[in-house]
Write a protein that binds this ligand. Structure first.
Ligand SMILES: [Zn+2]
Length: 476
């Protein structure tokens, strides 16, 4: 059921910026369900959900309205917010399954987005703009792509009269991008029954395309690195800058930062990354493939590591990394500094402990004047979820349908997600975006965040089918 509606026509009728120069891809006909999806997606992207000036609660209410219009009972929708943070609300919705003995599936996504300033962006970050075959806007990928697709498939399943065997739950929450309250953590603590599930599908696990946009592999996130900040601080009595001494807080800190810049944690592999590099070696072939094979056999192979490390994503998948991200020092232009400090952001390889990283940083700094401490809270370090056929086979089956010939590869993602809370709570959580992006990850968290229009619709088809493959049941 294809409709002869061009994207430009759709854009015009849903009010996208009509001044955009439409690329030739814009004449690709959209199906009626895709036209409806764009209106939901547009509403979600254009609802500001930043921590500073947005409202996840409003976005959650918009989703609730669509679910109710599709026929969900009030009892199957929970709108919630911590009373102390009324703008950081979320929604949990349930499509009841027929078999009460089978545990539910949880579809998880976050509604909040990273800050975006109009003056930094080429376009208004809170307007859904289509150009060059991409959708642009803050959150079009991370994570409103996922949130909108989950909401959309819950609506479609209901309208179709689809009756899954097992209950499908959806949780769209706030606070994933900020260091404040994480919505899913709050729900787990206060209403565990709303989201209890056998496993959860979450953000992560991106598809990798080459420079021509050809799909290379579909990643499934089966492990993630742990986020932890550390602080370097130097204090000093200071004094008048006209009579300097060598013992200077900023100089001590600068030396420590240079030494940390040279620090490299040892190469290591786990089940996920061994499988990832083994499968990728076969895809890449040549010198790169051979180096990957060598590294899987012997992680201490320095020559192979040097070649693989040229790729910053692979480099980061193979070790704990720590990098200076913020710097403060001094109190007056004409005074010797009394205090200087820096934030060191570490992404810890699963299994490395926070005390081990602290010890390694302290040794690399090698200056008793520089105090190295853990910035609280100390992060949770849940075990990675098991890599089972029950999880992987449906993904491989649906991928063969939507992305024929593209291998499915388990991945360790180098960023952290709300999966840390669900995994800690005993709900094994897998990152399945089902979306292919360029090497720059659609510049998420940065300027001009984007997602390919064609890729978005493929990812949506993939996830719609995948959730049905897990939930089984009857219906269209
Ligand atoms: Zn995210």
């Amino acid at each position: 059921m294809r409709f002869g509606v061009s994207f430009a026509a759709v854009a015009a009728c849903i009010g996208l910026a009509s001044s955009q120069a439409w690329s030739s891809e814009m004449t690709t006909p959209l199906r009626a369900d895709q036209v409806r999806f764009v209106s939901l997606f547009k509403e979600m992207v254009e609802t500001n959900t930043t921590a500073s000036s947005g409202s996840c609660t409003r976005a959650a209410e918009q989703v609730a309205a669509r679910l109710k219009a599709a026929g969900y009972a009030d009892a199957d929708i929970h709108l919630f917010a911590d009373p102390e943070r009324p703008q950081d609300g979320g929604i949990v919705a349930t499509l009841p399954g027929r078999d009460p003995h089978r545990k539910a599936i949880l579809l998880l996504a976050h509604l909040d987005v990273v800050e975006a300033h109009r003056e930094d962006w080429t376009r208004d970050p809170f307007k859904l703009v289509e150009a060059d075959g991409n959708f642009y806007g803050r959150g079009v990928f991370d994570d409103k792509y996922h949130a909108a697709i989950w909401a959309d498939l819950m609506v479609r399943y209901k309208e179709e009269g689809y009756r899954p065997d097992r209950t499908v739950k959806m949780a769209l929450t706030c606070g994933e991008e900020s260091s404040g309250l994480h919505g899913i953590d709050w729900v787990l603590q206060h209403h565990r029954d709303w989201v209890d599930a056998e496993f959860a599908l979450n953000e992560g696990g991106v598809g990798e395309s080459d420079e021509h946009g050809t799909h290379v592999l579909l990643g499934v996130q089966t492990a993630e690195k742990v986020y932890q900040d550390f602080k370097l601080e130097v204090t000093n009595p200071g004094g008048h800058s006209s009579q300097p001494v060598k013992d200077n807080a900023i100089t001590h800190l600068a030396g420590a930062l240079v030494r940390l810049g040279d620090l490299e944690f040892p190469t290591q592999l786990n089940d996920t990354t061994r499988t990832y590099f083994t499968r990728l070696a076969a895809i890449k072939g040549g010198e790169t493939g051979a180096a990957m094979q060598a590294l899987v056999k012997n992680p201490q192979d320095a020559e192979a590591a040097a070649l693989i490390n040229r790729n910053k994503a692979w480099h980061s998948m193979l070790r704990t990394t720590c990098v200076a991200t913020m710097l403060n020092g001094g109190h007056a232009t004409n005074a010797l500094p009394q205090r200087a400090n820096a934030n060191i952001n570490c992404r810890i390889f699963p299994g490395d402990s926070v005390p081990y990283v602290l010890k390694t940083l302290t040794e690399a700094v090698n200056d008793p004047e520089v105090k190295v401490t853990v910035v609280p809270p100390q992060t949770l370090t849940p075990p990675p979820p098991p890599l089972t056929p029950a999880i992987m086979q449906p993904i491989e089956r649906v991928a063969a349908e939507v992305y024929p010939g593209v291998p499915v590869v388990p991945k360790l993602e180098t960023f952290a997600t709300d999966g840390i809370y669900t995994n800690t709570a005993g709900i094994p959580t897998y990152g399945v975006w089902g979306l292919f992006v360029d090497g720059n990850l659609g510049n998420i968290h940065g300027l001009n965040e984007h997602v390919g229009v064609r890729e978005l619709f493929l990812g949506r088809d993939f996830l719609y089918k995948l959730v049905k493959a897990y939930a089984l049941g009857k219906g269209r």
